[in-house]
Design a protein around this ligand. Structure first.
Ligand SMILES: NCc1[nH]cc(CCC(=O)O)c1CC(=O)O
Length: 315
């Protein structure tokens, strides 16, 4: 019987989403008569040790993923469950995306000190977020808000809302849902108001490309509509070189089922904005080829000056 070693970070979210994915995989294995058992192995990443420094200054979000990937390459673990939005554009040699399971809620959530919506926040309220994407869209909607960086895992950010002077903080709804803290959410921001990060709410199950047993099992975990949407969003990201922390968002979903040999129709919206929210470039289009659609939206934004905005932010 195959023992599958699953590597995970030690944050509440990582442990929870890894545990949930393993439970679903156990069910799928049982349904398909695949004999295996799972063992969870905790790994401390560099990103976890330097949470107090702004991530973009120390090498971007790939930090959380890199050491887990090394353990996969080395054969110390057999699979890993990542948040799709933390995945760098390119995977290391020898590793593949084994499955993209069904997406959780892709929206951003506002957690406030007693206010029911973004509109209800008082004039000049202090909002905590270290995401340039969230800052840009918040300032676009509410130029009066003051935005300050707040770093750390979900649990420490919520603690900072309670202990420091923030009127609200913004987090991904998916993470809060997964760890069972949906009660803390004051309001959801629809994609029309605040486009999520590329891949937000989706998971990425990574394994070795040569591990046929793993690939067979993970294939049963794949959710095709989510995978197509994520491919379109990541093609957009890749065309804009959005690997590091930049004020860029995208959201795709299947807007019409495929029929016969025809692929489903995807609708993708992408945005690039200045961190002050004054300039906000946004485009929407539909298509059946996810990569072509992602590149189309990126090209439309490039025509309007997206690369200039991104270059200024990277400096
Ligand atoms: N950047 C950190 C991160 N990576 C994944 C999630 C959870 C949401 C998801 O799975 O997309 C979060 C927290 C957040 O942004 O609130």
């Amino acid at each position: 019987m195959r023992t599958i070693i699953v590597g995970t970070r030690q944050s509440a979210l990582a442990l929870t989403q890894t545990g949930q994915a393993v439970e679903l995989l156990k069910q799928l294995a049982a349904e398909h008569g695949i004999e295996c058992q799972f063992e969870i192995k905790k790994i401390v990443t560099k990103g976890d040790r330097i949470l107090d420094v702004t991530l973009s200054k120390v090498g971007g979000k790939g930090l959380f993923v890199k050491e887990i990937e090394q353990a996969l390459v080395d054969g110390d673990i057999d699979m890993a469950v990542h948040s799709m939005k933390d995945m760098p554009f390119e995977l290391p040699e020898g590793l593949v995306v084994g499955a993209i399971p069904k997406r959780e809620d892709p929206r951003d959530a506002l957690i406030t000190r007693g206010y029911g919506s973004l509109q209800e926040l008082p004039q000049g309220a202090l909002v905590g977020t270290s995401s340039l994407r969230r800052a840009s869209q918040l300032q676009h909607l509410r130029p009066d808000l003051r935005i300050e960086s707040v770093r750390g895992n979900i649990d420490s950010r919520l603690r900072k809302l309670d202990e420091e002077n923030f009127d609200a903080i913004m987090l991904a709804a998916a993470g809060l849902h997964r760890i069972g803290w949906q009660d803390r959410i004051s309001a959801y921001l629809p994609p029309e108001e605040c486009l999520p990060a590329v891949g937000q709410g989706a998971l990425c199950i990574e394994c070795r490309g040569g591990d046929a047993f793993m690939l067979d099992l993970l294939g049963k975990f794949q959710h095709e509509p989510t995978a197509l949407a994520v491919r379109a969003e990541r093609a957009f990201l890749g065309r804009l070189n959005g690997g590091c922390q930049v004020p860029l968002g995208a959201y795709a979903s299947v807007s019409e089922e495929g029929s016969g040999s025809e692929a489903p129709l995807l609708t993708l919206t992408g945005m690039v904005g200045t961190p002050d929210g004054v300039t906000m470039l946004k485009e929407t289009a539909s298509g059946r080829d996810p990569e072509a659609l992602g590149e189309l939206i990126a090209n439309k934004l490039v025509e309007q000056g997206a690369e200039r905005i991104l270059a200024e932010v990277r400096e």
